[in-house]
Ligand binder design. Structure first.
Ligand code: ZN
Length: 271
């Protein structure tokens, strides 16, 4: 699933090609994409409007339109955009410069939602906590969130209302950087550990953005390139391999229903 660095990479590549362009034709091919709203009605709302900005909030892409409407896209498992034709196209945007942007989605969990300008921020605020690379993400705020939860740290970090945009990969990488066990109860962390965790979350996301995301299975950027973050993984997907910091064997567990990789020596947990 694309996480903050992947969605940010997609945003950065779409923005220069979409901003200022009119959506001359909008074709939505899969009713699941817009449900419960009718796909023809959604396409009609978008057609003829001009894209003024391409933004990101958590894992959401937001196309702001001249009319004030916003198209909120969530890629979920396998959604992606591309300027070349491909299989599994679920929607197509034709632009006034003659280009054609296709939305592809093999597993069809992605969503497109059109909202009025005034609805956008309240809707996004119910789904997302502060942006982890922004000013609102502070140790005070993170500490308050963690202190209210006894669930394993990893599970709490995956809650988008705690860290917007963080997902399975970057949560595991951040916990390794912070030398914190994913199994620790969230409310068990000391102030110094919370500060370490905050820096680690930011560091792993920044590295992901610098590497243009991780290329796993279905992810590709709109320009057809692929990210290289997977070459930087320290623990994610590396069970049985040595920890790059201490040499102990990386372990895999299930936490909150998700595969979780960690070093049992430098991320200790005494239950
Ligand atoms: Zn280690």
């Amino acid at each position: 699933m694309p996480e903050l660095p992947e969605v940010e990479t997609i945003r950065a590549q779409l923005a220069p090609r979409l901003e200022g362009r009119v959506l001359t034709r909008v074709e939505i091919l899969d009713p699941r994409l817009t449900r419960p709203y009718d796909l023809f009605e959604v396409a009609e709302e978008l057609e003829g409007d001009r894209v003024v900005a391409v933004e990101r909030r958590g894992k959401y892409l937001l196309l702001r339109l001249e009319s004030g409407l916003g198209l909120l896209v969530h890629l979920r498992m396998t959604g992606s955009f591309g300027f070349t034709s491909a299989s599994h196209e679920r929607a197509v945007l034709e632009l006034d410069d003659g280009s054609r942007l296709a939305y592809r989605d093999v597993r069809r969990f992605g969503t497109w939602l059109v909202l009025e300008e005034a609805e956008l921020e309240p809707y996004l605020a119910t789904k997302n906590g502060p942006e982890p690379l922004g000013r609102g993400f502070t140790t005070g705020w993170l500490g308050a969130q963690l202190s209210r939860r006894r669930a394993p740290l990893k599970a709490v970090l995956l809650d988008q209302r705690v860290v917007a945009g963080l997902g399975n990969i970057y949560a595991d990488e951040a916990l390794w950087r912070a030398r914190l066990s994913p199994l620790r109860p969230a409310n068990d962390l000391a102030a110094e550990e919370i500060a370490r965790l905050m820096r680690a979350v930011r560091g792993s996301l920044r590295t992901g953005i610098e590497r243009q995301g991780s290329t796993l299975r279905d992810y590709a950027t709109p320009n057809g390139a692929s990210g290289s973050m997977q070459e930087e993984f320290r623990v994610y997907g590396r069970d049985g391999l040595p920890c790059p910091r201490c040499g102990a064997t990386i372990a895999k567990a299930r936490v909150g229903g998700r595969g979780t990789w960690f070093c049992p020596r430098c991320q200790p947990f005494d239950a």
